[in-house]
Structure formats: structure tokens, C-alpha cells
Design a binder for this molecule. Structure first.
Ligand code: HEC
Ligand code: HEC
Length: 301
């Protein structure tokens, strides 16, 4: 049971001096690089605990002398994004629609912002791509506009809405002709409406149809003598193949007897100015936007 430290003849290393039944233990110290890394880790941990929040104490932690927290860092980042957004919003709010569209950078900003605002506020009625729903909500992607398709017209429709309870909303009411005309008269005027389409076999001779006189008297003031519609009244073009409430004879009769009137909220009451402009730019770009001058909104404002 000697405790002698001696050199092992085979490996050339010293032993620890321990031995059990003649088996001696070699002294193999931890490598220096490992010791250094270990000491550095301890030093790092000490510095970390001093500088940064680390030791949990109930629902808090020790604060750290730098005052840094990941939550604050996130909030600071969010604040930067928010400030940038606000700055962009302010620029959009004070720039004319036409100038927004003319500036590629602003136009892209408005288009992207408009697309996401559309996804939140409009698709429940106008559909995901703006295609509308037949019989209820108009398509915004064709070039058939009830109230005009210029940037300003579209802006006005979104900002003030249609037939809602606000004062500046677009407004018009088609009379319920069922209240003061016979069924036969209404069917006759519906046949006349069908003949307004240039592809109808009765188109050329439509003035001889029994409904012609009633159309001229009752309907042309809003829908136009040739049924082309009028954006001042939001009166649709009746001579094309695009129908809001359906183009079958009985659908026309139903509309003329007791008209459905579309209602849309005034988004100017819910969204900020920049967002309304972004929406106008987006909707205008969907495919059917008209050049300035085509609509009559300016005269209404
Ligand atoms: C509650 C349903 C509803 C929502 C939500 C809605 N709309 Fe409408 N919108 C309508 C209806 C109904 C009409 C057609 C009104 C009419 O018959 O004149 C319309 C008409 C329009 C028009 C005029 C179309 C034309 O042919 O002149 C535009 C532009 C428009 N909507 C854009 C939007 C945008 C952009 C949003 C989202 C910010 C939106 N709408 C949200 C129901 C809605
Ligand atoms: C005061 C104006 C006004 C008068 C007068 C009027 N309309 Fe209309 N008409 C409208 C408006 C506005 C709409 C669209 C309703 C809506 O957007 O919800 C409409 C819609 C229609 C539609 C549905 C079109 C579609 O795309 O589905 C038909 C059909 C129609 N009118 C026929 C007539 C006929 C026929 C007469 C005459 C007997 C007449 N209108 C008189 C304003 C008028």
C-alpha cells in the first residue's frame, strides 16, 4: 500500500500515488485548453449576471446593470416600424391621388397597403379578388362602374359609402314601379330593357316595342335614353351584359317592381385618410380603373 509517486515505465507519465492491489493510477491532468475554456465560461457567466437580467426571482429577474431587456428591445423595434409607417401615412395623406400614382415608390406603397386593407375591410362583400357577388355586391375588377371609375370617384365611394346613414353618402333611389304600374307594363318595359343590348334580335326595332314609351318616360332620366347608365345616380348601364341583380327577364321584372338598393358603409368614418387613399389606388388598379374626367364626382363634391 505504498503512496509513492513514480514514473510509469510504459507511458512515461507520473502516477498519482494511489494504488489498489497493485493497480496504480496514472496522473492525467485536464488539458490546458479545456481549463482555459472552463475558466472563461465562468468569467462570462459572472459578467453576464452583472450586466444582463439573469437570475429568476419569482416573476422577475435580477435586473443587470445595463438595464437591457429583450422585451424593451422588441418594443423599440416596433416603435421604429410604427414611426416609419406614420411618416409614410402622413406623406400619403397629404399627396394628391394622381401624384401618388405617378410616383412609382408611393404607388407601390399605396398598392400594397391597399391590398392588405382590402383583405381586412372589403372582401366579405366584394370577394377576395374584388370580383363581387352576383345579385348583391358589384364586381370591382371590370370596367363597368355604377358611380364612376376614376381614382377620385372610387375614393369618394369608399370614403363616403353608398346609401348609408351618413350625410355625404352617395344616394339615389329607383322608384318601386310595382306600386303604380300594372304587371303587364312592367313586363313590357323589362322586354324593352332586354332589347337595349346590341346583340338582341329586337335591338334595331326596339322603339316599336310596347315598353319603349314607359322607358323613355320613367327610366331614361337615370339610365339614359339608350340605357347606358349614369354615374351621377349610380344607375347601371342596362345595355351591356353586366348585371348587378341578374339579367334574366324575371330578375329584371323583380328589380323594376321592387328595386333592391345596394348599401355600403362610409369607410372614412372607420379608417384613416392614408388608408382610404391606398384602397382607392388598389381598387383603381384592379383592372377597370378609368382615367380622370370620365366620372362626375367632382361636380357632386
Ligand atoms: C357591407 C358590404 C360592403 C362592404 C364591407 C364594402 N362594400 Fe363596397 N359596395 C357595397 C355595395 C352593396 C355596393 C354597390 C352599391 C350600389 O348598388 O350602388 C358597393 C360599391 C362599391 C364601389 C362602387 C362601385 C361602382 O361600380 O361604382 C366601390 C369602389 C367599393 N364598393 C369599394 C369598396 C371598398 C374598397 C371596400 C372596403 C374598404 C368596400 N367597398 C366594402 C357593399 C360593400
Ligand atoms: C331615380 C333613378 C332611377 C330611375 C328613374 C330608374 N332607375 Fe333603375 N336603377 C337605378 C339605380 C340607382 C339602380 C342600381 C341599384 C343599386 O345599385 O342597388 C338601378 C337598377 C336597375 C336595374 C338593375 C340593373 C342590374 O344591373 O342588375 C334595372 C333592370 C333597372 N334599374 C331598370 C329600370 C327601369 C326599367 C326603370 C324605369 C321603369 C328604372 N330602372 C328607373 C336608378 C333608377
Amino acid at each position: 500500500m505504498g503512496n509513492k509517486i513514480e514514473r510509469d515505465p510504459i507511458t512515461g507519465q507520473y502516477t498519482t500515488g494511489h494504488q489498489w492491489n497493485g493497480i496504480r493510477e496514472l496522473r492525467t491532468p485536464v488539458p490546458t485548453w479545456w481549463m482555459l475554456v472552463w475558466i472563461a465560461s465562468i468569467a462570462f457567466a459572472v459578467v453576464y449576471v452583472v450586466l444582463l437580467p439573469s437570475v429568476p426571482l419569482g416573476d422577475q429577474t435580477t435586473a443587470g446593470t445595463t438595464g437591457y431587456t429583450a422585451r424593451q428591445a422588441l418594443e423599440a423595434q416596433l416603435e421604429t416600424v410604427r414611426t416609419a409607417r406614420e411618416a409614410q401615412g402622413a406623406v400619403l395623406a397629404e399627396t394628391e391621388l394622381a401624384d401618388i400614382v405617378a410616383d412609382p415608390e408611393l404607388a407601390t406603397l399605396a398598392f400594397n397597403g391597399g391590398r392588405s386593407a382590402f383583405g381586412v375591410n372589403c372582401i366579405q362583400c366584394h370577394g377576395v379578388g374584388g370580383g363581387g357577388q352576383i345579385g348583391q355586391f358589384p364586381s370591382l375588377i371590370d370596367d363597368d362602374w355604377l358611380w364612376g371609375g376614376t381614382l377620385e370617384d372610387i375614393w369618394f365611394s369608399i370614403n363616403h359609402g353608398i346609401r348609408n346613414e351618413t350625410l355625404d353618402a352617395r344616394f339615389s333611389i329607383m322608384p318601386a314601379y310595382g306600386d303604380f304600374y300594372e304587371q303587364a307594363d312592367i313586363e313590357a318595359v323589362a322586354d324593352y330593357v332586354l332589347a337595349l343590348n346590341p346583340s338582341s334580335p329586337d335591338h334595331a326595332t326596339r322603339d316599336r316595342l310596347p315598353g319603349a314609351e314607359m322607358f323613355e318616360l320613367e327610366c331614361s332620366a337615370c339610365h339614359g335614353v339608350n340605357g347606358l347608365g349614369d354615374p351621377i345616380f349610380g344607375a347601371p348601364n342596362l345595355s351591356d351584359a353586366v348585371w348587378l341583380y341578374g339579367g334574366e327577364r324575371e330578375q329584371l321584372v323583380a328589380q323594376i317592381t321592387n328595386p333592391q338598393m345596394g348599401v355600403m358603409p362610409a369607410f372614412g368614418e372607420r379608417l384613416d385618410e392614408a388608408t382610404i387613399k391606398m384602397l382607392a389606388v388598389y381598387v383603381h388598379s384592379l383592372g377597370g380603373g378609368e382615367e380622370a374626367g370620365a366620372g362626375e364626382t367632382a361636380a357632386l363634391q
